[in-house]
Write a protein that binds this ligand. Structure first.
Ligand code: GLY
Length: 392
């Protein structure tokens, strides 16, 4: 007979079952650790809303160059990671090596995009300047007014919902235990994190605990003063439309074949076409706490801006409008690895790059959990870089 405490003690307890918590669990289980995940709805979280762009190059922002190496390293892992996960789960993740086209709609946008191109060149990134006509030759549904663009053949996409579902199955097959319950508080015994207590009172103990609760990571009760990660919710609204199938033998191309993006009136808009006909249009970005209301203004902004890029989208059926919360950090980069509280590691704060950084995060956290060593590429992203997480 299994004892009453079976499954309540593990080598690693992961708080949060979004893609970051799940990939950490899968990779740690693959390294021989007994792993448990606590989350009322594993496989949910921000990935349910995210578009799944793997945009290491086209989402590079001035001042975020330190993050570039991490993002590129994770992007490079995607083809093999997707194949390995699909094999482990027996289901697809929708990885498409489709590339991205960033376009400019007017002279100001074009000047800004030229700056972006110069930044790419300074950073040794591959992107190619195209005229408006060349852009439309690649994507005939683009507005006639498009003034130029950057072709980035290395920025691909994955379907985050299928990614999360596959990770969940892969974890189950790897023997990860799931506690489908909210975590009430972190347990600290002496000067160590030793697990957590669930909302139903169940006590879970673990040699190491990983906090991977996305934008909620800083809110976990029981975190000692100075240990709470400085993450905040950054709301993003996203729409899902559906593209018409390409008629067989029609000779014409798909509605859109690659991710198309632009900055319109200062706001980023992107259109991510999936192989199954889904067209994801995102995303607003605003900071107003835990609100996940989809507003008329948000939908209007996305449709207006997307329509300026691709006028034909107004003909498409609109299937979903959702809002999610990105886990923002003070420098827009993740917090990976040990904290100042022994026994507690972080995998949070991925902001716009959670889906992109999923493969690398799993690898880094598993290595840190097994050997105690954080791989060199992730050391600049130690939680200890923020004074707020050093004990007071
Ligand atoms: N990475 C896309 C977004 O955060 O909107």
């Amino acid at each position: 007979m299994p004892s009453a405490s079976a499954g309540r003690t593990s080598d690693v307890l992961i708080i949060g079952g979004g893609v970051i918590g799940l990939v950490t669990a899968w990779r740690a289980a693959g390294r021989g650790l007994r792993v448990a995940v606590a989350d009322p709805a594993p496989g949910g979280g921000a990935a349910r809303v995210a578009a799944g762009m793997l945009a290491a190059v086209t989402e590079l922002h001035h001042g975020e160059e330190p993050l570039l190496e991490l993002n590129l390293a994770s992007a490079a892992r995607y083809p093999d990671f997707a194949a390995e996960l699909e094999d482990a789960a027996g289901s697809g993740v929708g990885f498409r090596a489709c590339g991205t086209l960033a376009v400019a709609l007017d002279a100001d946008d074009r000047a800004q995009l030229r700056e972006v191109h110069a930044l790419h060149q300074r950073c040794g990134l591959r992107s190619q300047w195209l005229t408006g006509r060349e852009c439309r030759r690649l994507e005939p549904m683009l507005a006639p007014g498009v003034r130029g663009g950057l072709r980035v053949d290395g920025d691909h996409q994955v379907d985050p919902r299928r990614l999360a579902a596959a990770l969940l199955t892969a974890c189950e097959r790897a023997g990860v235990t799931f506690h489908r319950e909210r975590v009430r508080e972190l347990t600290v015994t002496g000067d160590r994190a030793t697990g957590a207590v669930l909302a139903d009172g169940t006590a879970l103990s673990a040699a190491r605990t990983v906090l991977a609760a996305g934008s909620h990571s800083g809110e976990l009760p029981g975190l000692p003063p100075g240990i709470a990660p400085p993450v905040r919710p950054v709301k993003g609204e996203v729409l899902r439309l559906h593209m018409p199938p390409v008629p067989e033998g029609a000779g014409g191309g798909a509605f859109l074949s690659r991710t198309v993006r632009a900055v319109v009136r200062g706001s980023a808009v992107y259109l991510v076409p999936r192989a199954d006909g889904e067209l994801v249009v995102g995303a607003t970005s605003c900071e107003q706490g835990w609100d996940t209301t989809v507003t008329a203004g948000g939908v209007y902004q996305l449709l207006r801006d997307a329509h300026e890029l691709v006028p034909g989208i107004t003909e498409l059926p609109l299937r979903e409008c959702l809002a999610g919360l990105r886990p923002g950090s003070p420098d827009n980069a993740p917090l990976l690895g040990p904290t100042a509280l022994p026994g507690l590691q972080l995998a949070t704060g991925h902001h716009r790059n959670g889906v992109l950084l999923t493969p690398l995060t799993g690898e880094v956290l598993a290595e840190s959990l097994v050997t105690g060593e954080v791989p060199a590429i992730a050391r600049p992203f130690s939680p200890l870089r923020f004074p707020s997480v050093v004990p007071v």
